[in-house]
Design a protein around this ligand. Structure first.
Ligand SMILES: [Zn+2]
Length: 311
């Protein structure tokens, strides 16, 4: 993801202490699923797609964007097809990069549903609930605290230097795994560069991975081809779903302490006007949420709020 409004001026005085966010679309209570049902959630980012190295591939103003959104779509389709071959009969895909409108939706099988655009409760995991059997990450990247990794960042490369849960710096993948884990859904597969996939394995355990490129720097990589990458993604997804009973949800202890370290001073200063927020140091604030849904809503708010928002 990387969607922070560049001129975000946080206007939080409207909010009072206590529960500050509306909570529609909350996770549902567990319901019994038929043994034949296999529901898969696929969250898709773009920085980890084969060949992606700079902004030239990552957004509508980049000269290679139109080609690379096709490659992103193809890697996702490879995951969808492999999941179906492994028995998945219900799939939700979330377009979780940039404007959230990258995937070419007409290319998908007609029984797949696609989550698009922002803001949305659940962020990169919007639409997942406790009825899903597994979650997967396609095109993911390393965290902002990782010295390696193509376009390594956590939620915002422009604004955040660290995102931590319960005292540990996390990747987007780990954050999202904790969101899914709170609903009882394990992450079983991730694709991305070598830094991203190794980092995620070190946090989530022995998930299946597909390495799409070797990071040579923030803006360089030795990549495999789009076609080879699709093959790796498909193979990894199949193995992951055959291993499904081995995976456990990634569950963090609640309440959950979130820390956001900004690259600048004033976001930390103004956020700390909220009684629910503590200023930890010059650039860092702390928010304690009762669960991952509340923590995620806080991040979504900070990420999306801008006094110039229209309509
Ligand atoms: Zn992204």
């Amino acid at each position: 993801m990387n969607l922070w409004n560049s001129n975000s001026r946080v206007f939080l005085a409207l909010l009072t202490a206590g529960t500050i966010f509306a909570t529609p679309g909350r996770p549902q209570a567990p319901s019994p699923t038929s043994s034949k049902k296999l529901k898969i959630y696929i969250s898709v980012d773009m920085e980890g797609v084969a060949g992606v190295v700079t902004a030239d591939q990552l957004g509508p103003s980049g000269f290679e964007y139109e080609r690379f959104r096709k490659f992103m779509t193809n890697e996702t389709l490879a995951a969808v097809q492999a999941a179906k071959e492994a028995g998945a009969n219900e799939i939700i895909v979330s377009d979780s990069h940039g404007n959230g409108q990258n995937l070419l939706i007409e290319q998908f099988p007609k029984d797949v549903r696609i989550v698009r655009a922002w803001p949305r409760h659940g962020g990169m995991m919007a639409g997942i609930d406790s009825t899903f059997d597994a979650a997967m990450f396609v095109g993911y990247h390393a965290s902002t605290t990782n010295p390696r990794g193509v376009r390594a960042h956590t939620f915002s490369s422009a604004h955040l230097a660290r995102v931590a849960l319960n005292g540990n710096a996390v990747t987007e993948g780990e954050f999202n795994a904790a969101y899914a884990g709170a609903l009882g859904v394990p992450v079983v597969f991730a694709s991305g560069d070598d830094a991203a996939t190794q980092e995620l394995k070190s946090r989530l355990g022995n998930i299946e991975i597909a390495e799409t490129k070797k990071s040579l720097g923030f803006h360089s990589a030795e990549t495999i081809t789009p076609e080879a990458s699709c093959e790796r993604v498909a193979a990894g997804v199949k193995v992951a779903l055959h291993r499904l009973p081995e995976f456990k949800p990634y569950v963090l202890k609640t309440p959950i302490t979130l820390e956001l370290t900004f690259k600048n001073y004033t976001p930390a200063e103004i956020l700390s006007y909220l009684r629910a927020v503590q200023r930890v140091d010059s650039h860092t604030i702390r928010f304690v949420g009762k669960d991952m849904a509340e923590v995620d809503d806080f991040v979504e708010f900070v990420d999306n709020y801008n006094a110039d928002l229209t309509p």
